[in-house]
Design a protein around this ligand. Structure first.
Ligand code: IDC
Length: 482
């Protein structure tokens, strides 16, 4: 991402960075987030899945080119339990104040596919470079143009400033017309206070539809926020935090239980720079349900290098600062929010790709973070090429993991034929702990230590176990039966 490179290296926004609060602890590798998203039974969820999909961004009907058969293949081959499902403002609110219920029907149908297979869904209000309407073309009238996606055309005000063709999509972010569209959206120009209001109300319309839906567990309020002429502290602690608070308040008027997920400014923070996001207060009765869903895109990988040599050294350094930054926001700012790594990904054919994937999944496991990989779209970044050939992602994803834990996970690990999970029990949770075990390492019966087997279903590959009622802390070990 050249843009991040020039912003970071150029120091043009160094002044804004000084308003970033000092980092708390130094991102120790044994950091475990203190909280998890929970299901209706109160079990902690460990979420693994994909972003589905980039193909939705400019589709006229707003739907990804991802069929129920594609989901079946993913489910059988990788045992995923989570999706970050892309939705868009232009599809939700195609005309000011008119919410497209037929679009929400289509989203609900897809959510139904996931529900049938036991998944949890996070709806992601996606945008890249504001809107498809930043450049005139035959689809720009709907906001579904070929460059950019997200906002409807009626909410796109470039004020006649130019948007020139760029070789890399990220570079559109600093085109004058795009900068102005964001400045108008955030009302930095003082001319469009109505736009954020519309955005907030669009979220309320979505939440109204999915409030009673147990499969939709989270709302990712805005993909990769960009502040236009406001950056870092001036943006994140200002209009971004404000939009998150207002959206949260609006969602809570119709939906008390879904998690609200917030992300930092993308440029810079995706590459490990600290965030200046402010606290969001959840008005719901009971525990806060605010989650933190940052992205991870180390600069060398984004520029097309593999995970080797200098690029690896720099990526490792990024990981260190990124972890510290994420921990600081989740713990100190958001008060112990669960973390979902909303996006990370790379071209899986690059040298060192396997090692990088393993490294990130290990970090996510140690943090207790959910993960949605970018993305399920066919190609070398995804699990399958266009002709259906699997990439290294399929085997990388298809690992044993606890999905729903009757308490708070303290640590877990797995190899091909062994899973170990330690958790603090929660007497209020009566549902069993659920563990996914792939066929490769667990072809037949299983041996379980530390808990009683409730069920083992070799079709769904789900093992359910229950621990002794009086145990405060439990370690469960699963291996293939001898
Ligand atoms: C990319 C798609 C690419 C598309 C581009 C612009 O892979 O085909 O042209 O978006 O819409 C992000 C974004 C995510 C990007 C992804 C990979 O959130 O939308 O998808 N990425 O570039 N941030 C960093 C990387």
């Amino acid at each position: 991402l050249v843009l991040a490179g020039s912003l970071i290296a150029g120091g043009g926004i160094a002044a804004a960075q000084s308003s970033v609060p000092p980092s708390g602890s130094a991102g120790s590798s044994d950091w475990t987030s203190t909280s998890y998203l929970t299901d209706k039974d109160g079990r902690s969820l460990i979420l693994r899945g994909f972003n589905t999909a980039s193909s939705a961004k400019s589709a006229p009907d707003g739907m990804p080119a991802f069929t129920e058969a594609d989901l079946d293949r993913e489910h059988a081959a990788m045992g995923t339990n989570f999706v970050r499902f892309l939705i868009s403002w232009r599809s939700v609110e195609p005309e000011p104040g008119k919410y497209d219920q037929a679009y929400l029907d289509r989203v609900e149908q897809r959510v139904g596919w996931y529900a049938e297979r036991g998944y949890k869904v996070m709806l992601d209000m996606h945008q890249d470079v504001y809107s498809g309407a930043i450049m005139a073309d035959d689809t720009a009238g709907t906001g579904a143009g070929p460059i950019g996606n997200g906002a409807p055309a009626w909410a796109t005000f470039t004020d006649g400033l130019p948007v020139e063709k760029q070789d890399q999509w990220e570079l559109y972010y600093i085109q004058p017309g795009v900068m102005r569209a964001f400045d108008n959206f955030w009302n930095t120009t003082g001319k469009h206070p109505e736009l954020v209001e519309h955005y907030v109300n669009a979220w309320r319309a979505v939440a109204e539809r999915f409030a009673a839906n147990e499969t939709v567990v989270a709302y990712d309020l805005m993909n990769e926020p960009w502040g236009g002429s406001l950056q870092f502290g001036a943006f994140e602690a200002g209009p971004l935090t404000d939009l998150y608070q207002r959206s949260t308040n609006a969602i809570r008027t119709v939906d008390q239980d879904s998690w609200v997920c917030v992300a930092p400014q993308a440029v810079g923070v995706n590459q490990g720079i600290p965030s200046a996001l402010g606290k969001i207060t959840d008005p719901r009765a009971g525990e806060q349900r605010i989650a933190y869903c940052p992205h991870l895109y180390p600069l060398p990988l984004d520029l097309g290098d593999g995970y080797s040599g200098v690029s690896k050294t720099l990526t490792d350094a990024t990981m260190q600062t990124w972890l510290a930054s994420i921990e600081q926001v989740a713990t100190d700012v958001l008060g112990g929010a669960p973390v979902i790594l909303g996006e990370f990904g790379l071209d899986t054919t690059l040298p060192g790709a396997q090692e990088y994937l393993d490294r990130v999944y290990t970090a996510a496991r140690e943090m207790g973070a959910g993960v949605s990989y970018w993305s399920s779209d066919p190609g070398t970044w995804g699990p399958y090429l266009a002709d259906g050939t699997p990439t290294i992602l399929v085997n990388t994803m298809n690992k044993a993991y606890p999905r729903a834990v009757a308490g708070t996970p303290l640590s877990w690990s797995s190899s091909v034929d062994r899973l170990e999970l330690t958790y603090r029990t929660d007497p209020a949770v009566t549902a069993p702990t659920e563990i996914y075990l792939p066929a490769a390492g667990f072809p037949g019966d299983v041996a379980v230590q530390g808990a009683d087997v409730v069920g083992w279903d070799q079709d769904s590959r789900l093992l359910t176990v229950r621990s002794a009622a009086d145990a405060a802390e439990v370690t469960v070990t699963v291996t293939p039966a001898a």
